[in-house]
Ligand binder design. Structure first.
Ligand code: GLC
Ligand code: GLC
Length: 651
């Protein structure tokens, strides 16, 4: 948009740019800057307009964008232009992701590069390597407490190794996803160290207070993330003689985005990694970016403005770069991290679908789809050019943050139902073979979350312990069923490393002092590659899960109806144990797939009337595109075995 005030400011800024910037041919850069400048200026003004140095800060911002553009390699600039041309590229059904710890999946970055063929064997072409940046030994929250944002942790490799991974992935058409932990730094970060030593400039990078008065006011309305290990949201720093805001662990200092220098530093870091070949940046804990007294300090309006500004700025320098929002919040809130509208106020193109994840676990425990269907109906439609990351497990705990109203509307009592889920997954419920552990139990609220690997939560571990062949088969089917849903639902499926070969809980963390108080390590395994070899051996658990997943992934990639264009319709069914939806090809509506899943450990019938009344099967018959066979049918009903699913097409 053209608007005089911002445009004349832009002219002034361009006049003031350093000669080494002015000299360059920055055609594409200037076109994009012109296109986005009105938005950038307005947002920057809303956030920082009251500062006396506003214009100086604006020049710094534009310089940061230009410097990073100049540093951007031609191959990435070309790929930016490709992606601009084909701007819906990431909505395609072609993408299948995996999240992993580099030193859990492999030994280090070099070894990860050597194992790249594994991803192709499975069909994975988007890999999220979890925190690889320098972090303290010990108190690092699994790498989410960063002490240097421009250096790879030397236990994992160096910058050159990362570039080699990026190149290897590029050769194999695998997208590289990396974290930028935007909300907080480690106490060992240079900024925090300087703040500690009394440098006021850096104290203003954080939220620091001389006395308890302000922190006490904040505490009234702020929840606690780790109530057991790190109660409260502030930490007294003896060296600095001040309180500092630490929402997560006491060693993770929350950054102060009221300070434009913090914004510019982070933007510079994001662009730095974009220039190392990172395709997608996962922005950690985005809901927490803005702190306002009297609120929960989550999902604040300004947190969204910060993200819009980051997006608008990155579009100028590295428009091919995508953002993933990690906002594990209510459906009505999470949807806002895509932005307000597709063109004017875009934020993150991708967001974790924590709602779907938690609802799937509800369905595992209840064996029915009551809350799953209800909860999904409360999930608003996305913007255009936005997509979900659909996942079953991640490196974090599972929280049952469903809407109380939704729970009530399917006739459960919210607190009893949550209690039931926790009991179920910790194996304290009859019939439950789950081996999870509670996480972050909050004495004040009674809330808890759950840890454990997929295989252990679903009952595979106990079935194998008991050498119960029947239960083992059922647990494997259950694992495949959950994956069949994230692969077909719409969005990018994100597998969690180890789940593809049924890795069970790893209890070794309890011998490590730095990990013993964080149960999430239960499901952050070190892959045993001798065991992983079993994936080539028929009849093994590893082989069954891996090969079935590989097959489903291949079929997904060929199925245009699985691309994500809000092209899904949930079916209302009489049988509560079944869950079904239709996916439409967004170009040819007659090309559609019906996904039907049996969430129960007993067989069920799917009434074909559900399809007939929608005009399905008028001519021809149904075929399951995974097996290539007709589904088992008795008269007008399909039969689904325990935990069986179908992806049905009309032929
Ligand atoms: C994110 C990470 C989690 C971490 C937290 C604080 O939610 O996924 O592992 O503890 O941020 O950085
Ligand atoms: C994230 C999530 C929260 C999770 C925490 C630690 O910030 O919001 O749900 O439990 O990190 O894993």
């Amino acid at each position: 948009m053209y608007e005089q005030v911002s445009h004349s400011l832009l002219n002034e800024i361009l006049d003031h740019l350093k000669p080494e910037i002015k000299r360059r041919d920055l055609r594409y850069f200037y076109i994009r800057l012109g296109a986005n400048f009105y938005a950038i200026h307005s947002l920057y003004h809303r956030l920082y307009g009251d500062r006396a140095d506003f214009e100086t800060q604006m020049v710094r911002l534009v310089e940061t964008l230009a410097r990073n553009y100049i540093a951007r390699d031609t191959i990435y600039k070309l790929s930016d232009r490709e992606r601009e041309k084909n701007h819906n590229w990431f909505l395609s059904q072609n993408w299948v992701g995996m999240a992993l710890y580099t030193n859990g999946f492999a030994d280090n970055l070099k070894d990860l590069k050597d194992k790249a063929a594994y991803f192709q064997e499975l069909g994975v072409n988007l890999v999220h390597i979890m925190p690889v940046l320098q972090c303290p030994v010990g108190s690092s929250d699994g790498g989410y407490a960063v002490s240097n944002y421009r250096q790879i942790d030397d236990r994992i490799g160096n910058l050159n190794d990362l570039k080699e991974v990026a190149n290897e992935f590029k050769k194999r058409d695998i997208l590289l996803v990396m974290d930028v932990v935007v909300n907080h730094t480690s106490v060992e970060h240079e900024w925090a160290q300087k703040a500690r030593q009394g440098d006021e400039k850096y104290q203003n990078y954080y939220h620091t207070f001389d006395t308890r008065e302000v922190p006490d006011m904040f505490e009234h309305s702020m929840p606690e993330v780790f109530p057991e290990t790190d109660p409260g949201n502030f930490t007294w720093d003896t060296e600095m003689q001040k309180w500092v805001m630490t929402v997560f662990h006491h060693y993770q200092w929350d950054l102060n985005y009221r300070n434009p220098s913090v914004f510019i530093e982070m933007l510079d870091i994001i662009l730095f990694w974009a220039n190392q070949g990172v395709d997608i940046v996962r922005l950690d804990a985005v809901a927490f970016l803005w702190k306002k007294m009297g609120t929960s300090c989550q999902n604040e309006r300004e947190a969204h403005l910060i993200l819009q500004l980051m997006k608008d700025c990155c579009q100028v320098t590295a428009p091919g770069l995508l953002f993933i929002a990690e906002a594990i919040v209510a459906p009505s809130e999470v949807i806002k991290y895509f932005g307000e509208d597709a063109i004017v106020a875009k934020e993150c193109e991708i967001a974790y679908n924590a709602t779907f994840m938690a609802l799937l676990w509800d369905a595992v425990a209840t064996k029915n789809s009551k809350l799953l269907r209800r909860g999904l109906r409360s999930l608003p439609d996305k913007l255009e050019r936005a997509t979900w990351l659909n996942y079953v497990r991640s490196h974090d705990d599972i929280g049952f943050g469903f809407d109380d109203q939704d729970i009530k509307s399917v006739d459960y009592d919210p607190s009893n139902h949550r209690r039931f889920l926790i009991d179920y997954f910790t194996g304290n419920f009859e019939d439950s073979a789950a081996k999870g552990l509670p996480f972050a139990y909050n004495k004040k609220t009674g809330d808890a979350r759950i840890c454990g690997s997929l295989a252990s939560l679903i009952g595979l571990e106990s079935a194998m312990e008991r050498s119960d062949e029947n239960q083992t088969i059922l647990a494997i089917r259950h694992i495949l069923l959950l994956h069949s849903l994230i692969l077909s639902f719409g969005g990018i499926p994100l597998l969690y490393y180890g789940d593809e070969i049924g890795v069970i809980n790893d209890r070794s963390y309890s011998e490590d002092q730095a990990k013993i108080h964080d149960n999430r390590w239960l499901h952050r395994p070190k892959i045993n590659w001798d065991k992983a070899e079993h994936r080539h051996q028929h009849g093994t658990v590893e082989h069954t899960i891996f090969s079935e997943l590989a097959k489903m992934i291949a079929v997904r990639k060929e199925t245009a109806a699985f691309a994500d264009f809000n092209n899904r319709e949930l079916l209302d069914l009489d049988n509560e144990h079944l869950f079904a939806f239709i996916r439409f090809n967004h170009e040819y509506a007659s090309d559609r797939i019906i996904v039907v899943a049996n969430l129960d450990g007993k067989p069920h019938k799917f009434d074909l009337d559900n399809l007939f009344k929608r005009g399905f099967c008028a001519h021809g018959s149904l075929i399951d595109i995974v097996t290539g066979r007709s589904p088992t049918r008795y008269q007008d009903e399909l039969i689904l075995q325990p935990f069986q699913f179908y992806w049905l097409a009309e032929r």
